[in-house]
Ligand binder design. Structure first.
Ligand SMILES: Nc1ncnc2c1ncn2[C@@H]1O[C@H](COP(=O)(O)OP(=O)(O)O)[C@@H](O)[C@H]1O
Ligand SMILES: [Mg+2]
Length: 415
């Protein structure tokens, strides 16, 4: 987001809070411990004209409310609206009320109730921590034992917790993001994340190990997603007095019965954001301003006619116990059609060091998906980062399906 906003001719000064060494090349980084009212006070003092929110925690803490209370412009939903991400139980209730297609579910806060319910469902079944879990709170259980363990793990902790137990769905997964001002909905190009740590979609869940964009949706499906999912959400919220301004992230499964919602997020998802924004020709600052000022109907999006692929390089030990402080170095100039976006890094006396689970996103651009993947992996090869974890099969399913169907009657991926 910082990289994209920095390209806007309207920017006079750009700050990142707290930022990282990658953002420090584009913006002035200011220290921030996550306190939303402190940041609002700072922005007020500095006369910040527009703030864009990246992560979910401050949204759920009410950063938009704190800024709006001071009359400051902020691109991101208010707390009540951000609850579509902050509580999966809340989101499921909304979907039920608004008739949005999603997996059948039940919510539990009592462990014994959850365990006896699981006896009636059997496996496969999906157990989700209702609250924010950095993408690591979901178990797609293939056995009853695994499901019970996941439920017990979340519900028997000291804190008050809640889980959603939902029907297992199958089909290809796709992410559709949309920008909205609470009335107009502007969908972005569809993309696809890779949630599992290991190749072949195996291993533990992660925050996301890579993404491709655009994901080739079958004809008519994007319209169906807007009409049956995004519109009912935005209009339903508005009818309940909640105006959603910002990005809506719909995580979807393309089932035999049509697209169904796995979850909503209240922001650009990561790593989808890294794959989508390099393809956007439109000025993101202008788009965000139009959303904040309620004039999104004036906006038409323009896209570069390219494909992109993002490969995440994570620290060894991710997701459970990522090693911090490992050296890492990027080439002085990125290879052609390669972009590096830093995540969990910090600058040490000798250079960059790992400072989190997902360390770096490497994005490749190409005329088509195979071309984009070739550039992304060339970008990965140019990074010095020993023992980095990354998947070599990002985008492979879609490129294979496309290749298999070339010359056939459809160029859409197989389910
Ligand atoms: N009902 C479901 N059926 C099958 N797989 C699911 C279901 N819900 C979620 N998943 C899988 O688990 C992943 C994480 O679930 P999600 O609800 O998106 O939570 P989060 O992104 O917060 O971890 C999804 O990307 C999908 O691969
Ligand atoms: Mg998700």
């Amino acid at each position: 987001m910082c990289w994209k906003v920095a390209q806007s001719p309207q920017v006079t000064q750009l700050f990142a809070a707290p930022g990282n060494p990658g953002m420090a090349e584009l913006a002035e980084c200011i220290p921030w411990d996550g306190n939303v009212s402190q940041l609002a006070e700072w922005a007020d003092r500095e006369g910040i004209e527009l703030t864009l929110v990246g992560p979910e925690a401050p949204l759920v803490e009410g950063i938009a409310d704190a800024f709006e209370a001071r009359g400051l412009k902020i691109f991101g939903p208010v707390q009540k609206a951000a609850m579509i991400e902050g509580s999966k139980a809340f989101a499921k209730d909304l979907m039920a009320r608004f008739g949005i297609p999603t997996a059948r579910h039940k919510t539990f806060s009592d462990v014994l109730d959850a365990l006896s319910y699981l006896e009636t469902t059997g496996a496969p079944i999906v157990v989700k921590d209702s609250g924010l879990a950095a993408g690591k709170g979901v178990t797609v259980a293939t056995s009853l034992h695994q499901a019970k363990q996941a439920a017990a793990n979340i519900l028997s902790g000291p804190e008050r917790a809640e889980i959603v137990i939902e029907e297992y769905l199958s089909g290809p997964e796709v992410t559709v993001l949309a920008v909205t001002d609470g009335i107009t909905i502007v969908p972005l190009l569809p993309s696809q994340d890779h949630k599992r740590l290991l190749e072949g979609d195996t291993g533990p869940m992660t925050g996301g190990m890579g993404a491709i964009c655009p994901y080739p949706l079958p004809p008519g499906v994007l319209t169906e997603i807007v009409e049956r999912i995004l519109k009912p959400l935005v209009e339903g919220l508005r009818a309940e007095g909640i105006v959603y301004r910002g990005v809506i992230y719909a995580g979807l499964m393309l089932t035999d019965e049509g697209p169904k919602v796995l979850e909503f997020n209240a922001r650009f998802g990561d790593p989808e954001c890294q794959a989508i924004l390099p393809l956007l020709k439109t000025d993101l600052l202008e788009l965000a301003l139009a959303a904040v000022e309620g004039r999104l109907h004036e906006q038409r999006l323009e896209w570069h006619p390219l494909a992109s692929a993002c490969v995440v390089m994570a620290a060894p030990g991710y997701p459970d116990d990522p090693h911090k402080g490992l050296p890492l170095s990027l080439p002085p100039a990125p290879p052609e059609r390669v972009l590096y976006f830093q995540a969990g890094t910090r600058r040490g006396p000798e250079g960059l060091l790992t400072h989190g689970g997902r360390v770096l996103s490497v994005v490749g651009l190409g005329e088509d998906l195979p071309g984009a993947l070739e550039r992304a992996y060339a970008g990965v090869a140019a990074v010095r980062f020993e023992h980095a974890l990354y998947r070599r099969d990002i985008g492979r399913k879609v490129s294979l399906a496309k290749a298999a169907s070339r010359g056939g009657e459809t160029d859409q991926p197989k389910a």
